[in-house]
Design a protein around this ligand. Sequence first.
Ligand SMILES: Nc1ncnc2c1ncn2[C@@H]1O[C@H](COP(=O)(O)OP(=O)(O)O)[C@@H](O)[C@H]1O
Ligand SMILES: [Mg+2]
Length: 375
Amino acid sequence: MFITFVDIDGYKNLKEVFFEPHKKYNLITGKNAQGKTNLLEAIWIMTGCRSFRGSRDRDYIALDRRFMKARIDFAGGRRLQKIDYILSRDNIRDKRISINDIRLKGTRELFESFKCVVFTPGDIDLINEGPEKRRNFIDMCCCQIAPSSLGYIRKYEILLAQRNAALKEIAAGRGDEAALDVWNRQMSVIGTRICNMRKRYTARLDKICRELYGKITSGAEELRIDYCSNIFGRDEEIDIHTAASVDKYYDRLCRCQRDDIRLGFTTQGANRDDISIKINGLSIRDYGSQGQKKSAALVLKLGQADIYYKNIEEAPVILLDDVMGELDESRQELVFDIVKDMQVFITTCNENSVKMLSSGKHFVMEEGRLSERKS
Ligand SMILES: Nc1ncnc2c1ncn2[C@@H]1O[C@H](COP(=O)(O)OP(=O)(O)O)[C@@H](O)[C@H]1O
Ligand SMILES: [Mg+2]
């Protein structure tokens, strides 16, 4: 998959940015606060996901404009496709998004059509922050390779919110404890599926990341990624075809019900999972150096890109926002090696820190305007 044409206007500080990217390698340089990240962000929202910087829809529109419009043409699914994305300040909820001139209702079809992996300096949060970040990351990865997973994840979130509300009602003396069984039953079915999906994905990620991290450290350090479920054991098979795993999950929900009522939330299940990330047997979050954490975060993302590629048999577009310049040569080589068959967009404010390939394009961003630099 690769983008053949980009046309963005009024997205944050971007003004009439239109260009034909190189099929493989695109380097975007410029001083700080010129709009380099904004450009990658505008490409990223074409996946239907929210901004990787946490901006809200309203923030997408340039302060002095009423509209933003973005368009990309891309080769994907063996044909040339087009996405148009228009937001209006006056009616922010009414996103006008279309694929190949067909208006979409939501953003889900974007996610299934335009495939992309973004690397940002914030990826280190995957290591440093709490389990929720890691769960969301794995869920997102699973949705990329099997979009139907999104249905389970959404359903689980709804059931969880309902069960938690019911727990509080019961604690307040307004509900009947027996009514919880409806949620226990449904959550154990969906929860088991989610655990199974996450566990299988994590096993794939472990394999590829171990190999990549080994390359970075010339074999001196071993990275291991493990799925930690509070219901199922580490080596236990999670079987979604027979009742055994669902029954186990259900029993656990029933047994913790009393505690849950007292605490007012669901203390067991997929909503409490984590992914453990260790180097040479030690938790990287607790014991890792800053450099190890950065490398591990990078390797997680490379693993994601690699699995995505192998699964969809079509390379995702890779956005590397401000991460290459920080890497030494051997780490940069590793990144180039993984993404060599993919279209990449690399931003940096220090152009000497990232090598320019002879076959590729170099763009310069200045005050929201992009120009191509011919060598
Ligand atoms: N809604 C907006 N309207 C206009 N300008 C914006 C908006 N949001 C952010 N900016 C501007 O975008 C610039 C930052 O762009 P960014 O892409 O982060 O820069 P870079 O990655 O090149 O360092 C800042 O100058 C900021 O003021
Ligand atoms: Mg930036």
